[in-house]
Design a binder for this molecule. Structure first.
Ligand code: SAH
Length: 427
């Protein structure tokens, strides 16, 4: 029922077609009889408010366009793939944003998803006869739609394909209890932009996420909300006993049927003790995979704008650790002391004086550049340009407490101490 003194052509057309009743006049009290819901959408906000008030007094639902305070309900933007409907509401705060979200969701939800839903209704009816337990049925569908599978391609399934997946899941459930798997995933140096799509995909579908100290909060936030999060951060120095505990956790969680992510900072295969975890998984017969990540030395080099290998300068670059299981790590100091040698040192802060001493002893040039990059790629990244001679003082002076990479033989294009800028904070 439309009441308007000046209706649009479209409304008049619909009235002629019998789709609505049109009254060419101002609204009156009796218009509020025998209806359930009112839209007060005249050009006059005061009149809208008054109509809304009348409606409310009569216990009717009312929406006044663009006058949130006069509304008892709002109409969200919807994506309609009958019977699948997605509504996007912003409580009146930002209709423009809601509309862009709608456009985005529209591109993701194929037209055929409604047909898919109808097919699923049919399969559900079949399932409730053979699987009386609600939670068991729920798990079966969760398996079809998320667990490690690509939801986007699943949404494009034809009814036949969904029936096949359903039959396969059913057969799976009838076979012996399933073993999960473990993905050793590189979380990168911290910045979300440096996380791989593979890591992101697994984070979205994991049941259990086992992570340590160097995984950034931004990366963790990508994890599935319902997942179980287990922190296994190791304090430096307290390594040996804890690693066995981590091995045990990932094995036990996978044997319980979970998809487990072992999430590590940087790349899992660089100073990540991945081989010990792999050995434990193999011994327990747990399937695993490895998803590489961007290692912190790569991020640090990118931050200072230096190429890790330079034509005509260094033919190789060493990735070193400052510490190993025995304490400060011994290295091939002779070749590292050579004129053009270059290395990225992980876990090098505590060992910096030791490294400096060993290199100077072998005749390394005192003024050889050393760039320290703390929190590479993160918001609180710090770059300190130093030399072999003053790097130890600089670590203290600039309060570098880690995680940091020491880039031996690399000059920074940015950074504190005689370089272009101070902390790169605002970049
Ligand atoms: N697997 C990791 C390294 C683990 S060893 C990787 O590939 O990066 C831990 C050391 O990594 C730290 O002591 C530090 O030297 C380095 N590190 C990790 N994240 C870092 C970051 N965001 N910035 C600088 N160094 C980092």
């Amino acid at each position: 029922k439309v009441v308007s003194e000046d209706p649009s052509d479209e409304i008049e057309k619909w009235a002629r077609a019998g789709l609505l009743e049109l009254f060419l006049r101002a609204p009156v009290e009796t218009d509020f009889e025998s209806i359930m819901l009112v839209y007060a959408v005249t050009e006059d906000p005061k009149l809208n408010a008054k109509l809304a008030q009348t409606a409310t007094q009569r216990g009717l639902f009312v929406n006044a366009a663009d006058q949130k305070n006069d509304c008892s309900f709002i109409t969200p933007a919807i994506v309609d793939r009958d019977p699948i409907v997605v509504a996007i509401g912003s409580e009146g705060t930002s209709p423009g944003l809601a509309r862009s979200l709608k456009a985005d969701i529209e591109t993701r939800l194929p037209k055929s998803v409604g047909t898919l839903a109808l097919k699923i209704a049919e399969l559900r009816a079949r399932l409730s006869n053979i699987m009386p337990e609600f939670s068991e049925r729920q798990r079966l569908w969760a398996g079809i739609f998320s667990r490690g599978k690509d939801l986007e391609s699943r949404l494009k399934s034809t009814p036949q394909e969904i029936e096949q997946a359903f039959d396969a899941a059913l057969a799976d459930q009838h076979s012996a209890a399933k073993t999960g798997k473990v993905s050793l995933v590189g979380g990168g140096p911290g910045d979300l932009e440096l996380l791989t799509i593979g890591a992101q995909r697994r984070l979205h579908s994991a049941d259990v996420i086992v992570y340590d100290r160097l995984v950034s909060q931004d990366v963790l936030d990508m994890g599935r909300r319902e997942a179980k999060y287990i922190y296994v951060g190791k304090a430096p120095g307290a390594h040996t006993t804890r690693q066995e505990e981590i091995n045990r956790i990932i094995v036990v969680e996978a044997l319980a049927g979970n998809d487990v992510i072992r999430l590590k900072g940087g790349d899992p295969l660089i100073f990540g003790r991945a081989d010990e975890e792999i050995e434990a998984l193999e011994a327990a017969g747990v399937p695993f995979e490895i998803v590489p990540g961007i290692t912190s030395a790569a991020a640090a080099a990118a931050s200072i704008g230096a190429s890790l290998t330079s034509r005509g300068h260094n033919k190789s670059v060493a990735l070193l650790t400052g510490h190993d299981s025995k304490g400060f790590a011994e290295q091939d100091w002779k070749s590292l002391a050579e004129k053009n040698a270059r290395a990225a040192v992980y876990m090098g802060l505590g060992a910096s004086r030791f490294i400096q001493g060993r290199l100077l002893l072998r005749g390394a040039e005192r003024h050889r550049p050393v760039t320290i990059v703390e929190n590479a790629s993160r918001k609180d990244e710090k770059i300190v340009s130093s030399t072999l001679e003053n790097m130890v003082q600089n670590i203290e002076k600039y309060n570098i407490t880690g995680p940091a990479i020491l880039l031996l033989g690399y000059k920074s294009k940015t950074g504190i101490e005689g370089a272009l800028s101070k902390v790169r904070a605002s970049l």
